[in-house]
Design a protein around this ligand. Structure first.
Ligand SMILES: *Cc1c(COP(=O)(O)O)cnc(C)c1O
Length: 407
């Protein structure tokens, strides 16, 4: 876990982070402390443990009185640099990391919830997160009430009935629904709840949940932070007492981020603002083009003025992201005809990479669900989730045009 003391830690020359734009922070933040012997890049520290000749010093570090590293399951210099970069980008006081996004989700839930507690969330959370709510939490005597994702009144009344943890995700996967973080965080706090927001789709470039009132911003670093579909990771950012609780659970249960993965994430995040800027602009163009296509019945993209929560998105996001989905008139049979004809897209389960990626919910976000469960969640069988890469948007539109001819 990394914690700000002082908050300028990790920036060269002690520049105050609030003076720099996210584009600059993505490049520089978090690295200063870990550079060694004149190297301009963060080293990959592959050491299981850290040695101390002086037992008093060892004891000080081991008991947390003095910063330092003891054992890589707890902390590691490369991993700390990644946490620090993300912490500064999210404007948080503390951050910690995990081996995967799902380790961040499960670690946060199991660290903060106890038998008898009540969680309130939305129906459209990430498929794996939804499974934890429905399959694992009840086994530990924790009630989970899942509300209609965009029904803010329903969420508020579920929270008012008693809520230990309010878990939100916005925009959602795969239908890009948007919930009002500031409004629901206020409702959560009125009920004494901890408010967690999965910020994976938006990234800290487009949205900062903590500034909107959330207590924890959570990431699957596997997606946009990694950005190259070659690394798994997860992280949370928030206030030191909360992050410490989750960090303690992770250090004991063991889902630590690997140092090489942390290095790859640091390298990728230097281009995060560049990539997201491009993906925001391209996704809007592709979404607008798709809206004009007769074979397409619905286009889900928060940047479209036709999006039901466009106003909320415009209020709480600086950009609308690189994810969109669209529904084909011909249902799953049309999906099976169109997808293989896309030449500039991997048909794969991940998202947020530099290459465009496309797939149906049945094999991607909601592979854990039965067709009946997907239907109950309002996910049509004709849906294609499309993660816009950094290619030229004109090439992507031409590729989609060719493939849609088969719809
Ligand atoms: C992928 C994803 C996760 C899980 O992350 P992994 O790194 O695959 O474990 C959680 N939330 C969202 C929104 C995701 O897209």
């Amino acid at each position: 876990m990394t914690e700000a003391k002082p908050s300028t830690k990790g920036l060269p020359g002690g520049i105050e982070p609030s003076r720099l734009s996210p584009d600059t922070l993505a490049v520089w933040a978090g690295e200063g402390e870990s550079l060694v012997q004149g190297a301009t890049q963060v080293p990959v520290v592959y050491s299981a443990a850290y040695g101390y000749a002086d037992v008093d010093e060892w004891l000080d570090v081991a008991t947390g009185r003095v910063p330092g590293h003891i054992y890589t399951r707890n902390t590691n210099p490369t991993v700390s640099a990644f946490e620090e970069k993300l912490r500064i980008l999210e404007g948080a006081q503390a951050a910690t990391s995990f081996s995967t996004g799902m380790a961040a989700v499960s670690g946060t839930l199991f660290a903060l919830l106890s038998p008898g507690d009540r969680l309130v969330s939305v129906k459209d959370s990430y498929g794996g997160t939804n499974r934890i709510f429905l399959e694992f939490l009840p086994r530990f005597g924790i009630e989970a009430e899942l509300c209609e994702t965009t029904d803010h009144e329903q969420i508020e009344s579920a929270v008012a009935k008693g809520c230990t943890l309010l878990y939100l995700e916005t925009p959602t996967n795969p239908t890009l629904k948007v919930v009002d973080i500031a409004r629901l965080a206020a409702a959560g706090h009125a009920a004494g709840a901890t408010v967690v927001v999965d910020n994976t789709f938006a990234t800290p470039i487009n949205q900062n949940p903590l500034a909107l009132g959330a207590d924890i911003a959570l990431h699957s670093a596997t997606k946009y932070l990694g950005g190259h579909a070659d690394v798994l990771g997860g992280a949370i950012c928030g206030a030191p007492d909360l992050v410490q609780k989750v960090y303690h659970y992770r250090e004991i249960t063991g889902a630590a981020l690997d140092p090489m993965s942390a290095y790859l994430l640091i390298r990728s995040m230097k281009t995060l603002a560049l990539r997201i800027g491009r993906q925001n602009a391209s996704a809007l163009r592709v979404a607008q083009w798709l809206e004009s296509q007769p074979a397409v019945t619905v286009v889900n993209y928060p940047g479209l003025s036709s999006h039901p929560q466009h106003d909320i998105a415009a209020r709480q996001m600086r950009g609308f992201g690189g994810m969109l989905s669209f529904s084909l008139e011909g249902g799953f049979e049309a999906v099976k005809r169109v997808l293989p004809r896309l030449k500039l897209a991997h048909r794969a389960a991940n998202l947020g990479a530099v290459e465009t990626i496309a797939g149906p919910p049945a094999t991607t976000s909601h592979v854990e669900c039965t067709p009946e469960e997907r239907a109950a969640m309002g996910i049509p069988e004709g849906l294609i989730r499309y993660s816009v890469g950094i290619e030229d948007p004109d090439d992507l539109i031409a590729d989609l045009e060719g493939a849609l001819a088969a719809a």
